[in-house]
Design a protein around this ligand. Structure first.
Ligand code: ATP
Length: 315
């Protein structure tokens, strides 16, 4: 089985108890979150062989996150607790039109202090798949930490990258420049059309995917909300003998909460591709994992097990 390393932030999401503008929310519930953490927990529930490298504060919120990750089998040395920094907090609102507002408490927090070189070459060579997220690149030294991993990953390691655009998070560095640097280093990119347009690309999913692959990746996975997902792979992709395009329409569900659906898709697609499944199956499986997630509230808590995905697909 391919060993996978996911690296990046874990944070506490504060979810509103009622919809409405962030300024008007009176009560929030605490949830473990962060895109890389969601992907890691998603993979763990799908029985992948993985490590998750992250860093939280040595504070009550950090303890909560460490316990949450341990319950998913993601404890150990790679989950660092920083004695000199606090845990990142994110307050989220849910508008009537399902638009979310975010307020991040993220200055000099523990996850931004992930250090380049922490994982040495010998340890890195053990992983056949490395998954990274652009959000770690919004400040230093975490920016260098993830770039260093991608730059040192050998030819045998598939590097996947999520250019999660969160305009609230960018100031010190440019999102466009950071996303494009990630594209240059990645083999597989999972993105929404909005992420790619934010990076300056134009057109529909096939055009966006082709422009993305011109930066270096051999595979573009584009998620399309309730319309499922689209993939484009060049002949360099291990799962394509020639230039390939695949679409999967997704699964009809009555969504309760789509937060984290993209991360759920990523975990499903990585689980499939890293175990030798086809690109068609990766889209179908990713869509099934994501659609299942939308039928329950919460992002991380709603991530399904392999058995739950199989039962959902049988229905
Ligand atoms: P998020 O930011 O909420 O994590 P995203 O914007 O990154 O999500 P989307 O393209 O909205 O990503 O959704 C990811 C995947 O989730 C889709 O490809 C699809 O499989 C599934 N999905 C999302 N919304 C729905 C829906 N309403 N019905 C069925 N499946 C959905």
């Amino acid at each position: 089985m391919t060993r996978i390393l996911v690296a990046g932030e874990t944070l506490v999401d504060f979810i509103p108890d009622a919809p409405g503008p962030l300024a008007s929310v009176e009560a929030f519930s605490k949830r473990a979150g962060g895109a890389p953490a969601n992907v890691a927990v998603g993979l763990a529930r799908l029985d992948a062989d993985l490590d998750f490298w992250t860093r939280v504060g040595d504070d009550a919120f950090g303890d909560f996150l460490v316990e949450t990750l341990e319950r998913e089998g993601l404890g150990g040395d790679r989950v660092e607790q920083d004695p000199d920094a606090q845990t990142t907090l994110a307050f989220v609102s849910l508008g009537a039109d399902a638009d979310r507002e975010f307020s991040f408490y993220h200055d000099h927090t523990a996850d931004t202090r992930m250090e380049p070189g922490t994982i040495d070459d010998a340890a890195l060579a053990d992983y056949g798949w490395l998954h990274l997220d652009v959000l770690s690149m919004d400040t230093e030294p975490s920016r260098s930490a993830v770039l260093d991993l991608a730059e040192r990953a050998g030819d045998e390691t598939v590097v996947s990258f999520d250019p999660n655009s969160r305009p609230e998070r960018w100031g010190e560095f440019s999102y466009v420049e950071s996303a494009k640097r990630g594209f240059e280093l990645a083999d597989v990119v999972k993105a929404t059309p909005e992420d790619l347009r934010e990076a300056g690309f134009e057109g529909d999913a096939p055009e966006l995917a082709r422009e993305l692959c011109s930066f270096g990746p051999h595979t573009a996975l584009v998620t399309l909300g309730d319309e499922g997902s689209y993939a484009y792979a060049t002949a360099d992709a291990p799962w394509a003998d020639e230039e390939t395009e695949v679409r999967h329409p997704g699964y009809p569900v009555d969504p309760v909460d789509t937060t984290g659906a993209g991360d759920a898709f990523t975990s499903g697609a990585i689980a499939a591709l890293s175990s030798g499944e086809s690109l068609d199956e990766a889209l179908a499986f990713g869509n099934a994992v994501a659609a299942t997630t939308t039928t329950e509230p919460g992002a991380m808590t709603a991530l399904p097990t392999r058995g739950e995905v199989a039962a959902f697909r049988d229905e």
